[in-house]
Design a protein around this ligand. Sequence first.
Ligand code: UD1
Length: 421
Amino acid sequence: MDKLLIEGGRPLSGEVAISGAKNAALPLLCAALLTREPLRLSNVPDLNDIGTMLKLLAQMGVKIEKVGAGGTANTVILDASGLDNPVAPYELVKTMRASVLVLGPLAARAGEARVSLPGGCAIGARPVDQHIKGLTAMGAEVSVEHGYVHARATRLKGARLFTDMVTVTGTENLMMAACLADGETVIENAAREPEVVDLANCLVAMGAQISGAGSDVIRIRGVERLHGATHRIMPDRIETGTYLCAAAAAGGQIRLTQTSASYLDAVIDKLMDAGCEVTLERDAIMLKAPARPTAVSIRTSPYPAFPTDMQAQFMALNATASGTAVIRETIFENRFMHAVELIRLGADIKIDGNTAFVTGVSKLDGATVMATDLRASASLVIAGLVAQGETLIERIYHLDRGYEKLEQKLMALGARVRRVK
Ligand code: UD1
């Protein structure tokens, strides 16, 4: 298993381009299931999660063509005209929870879907009851047997849907299903995440009638069929935030291109509170770190509040900041696993339920640590960049799920990073 060796204690400087958003790309790939015509997506990041989703779609009968120079194809053309196997098997779903995003499109277009339950994952139980509740309200017959969700419907019917909590993939699944339903669907308490808006924009380009995406009430008037379209995937706001956080913690000055600050208000606000100078351009963000960051408290909540996917990185930033930060995680019940690893590097962190108290120390020391999930791994990379000496991060397959060309990008910023096979 690959490991990442980081020689820390060096400030970052330079420029890197941000990739397309993983969490936008995953539902967008599934949107191809909704039509017999080709869907052309550009700015698709080259990540393991994307590879898993493409594998899943291919075994359903979707033809996939990658277009682009060399091995860095970032345009994908998906043709679901031959869709013949509406099944998402456990072997693929267990490695990536977002596989559940095929459920809505399959039920809507194929009239049938068999999707393995994702089961638990490292950051919490993460059930899919809201996805099921929504499809049932739209007239699907849904049963859960032998670990699989089985949904059947001749044609889904528009309905008024209300989710018990804000769920991102739940909103996306139901929005996609509603595009081909008979009549109007209203999703209340919808997720407002920018990735939901990116998906809605693509669906509209495919002929869907959607209004309100980006607010907490989304209206979808179902149509008979959708057609092909071309869509460019939005920049990855979490990758952007991760590099900003890395520079804020390690020191220095970086410029991130092909990205946008417009989805990152809550994160940039906190970076400025930490003492960073942030300059915004149209498609780029520049950050200059303070000599030592000031501790910043955060509370995670659905968009537009502070994202849970940036919580771990801010814990790493706070580890060497001046002062004490209070970090409250309200989305996932078990998302502090990086704390024990950060403590191994010398951080002073106390956990009480869903709250972490982080008192900044003057320095971290390199050690061997273990990555436990995607964003936890990112926090260990940041801590490794800050720590004196060498940090060896084990199980970095988590990072390969969600950060494109991580080592190359960090090296472009002057970091000393090496993948150890
Ligand atoms: C998405 C993101 C993930 C991010 C998360 C929260 C993708 C591919 N992943 O995950 O990176 O961390 O949003 O911003 O976009 N819940 C239920 N029942 C359901 C659905 C959700 O109880 O049917 C709960 C979850 O356990 C969690 C909360 O609702 O506590 C929010 O989860 P949700 O927004 O659904 O997360 P994902 O869409 O899986």
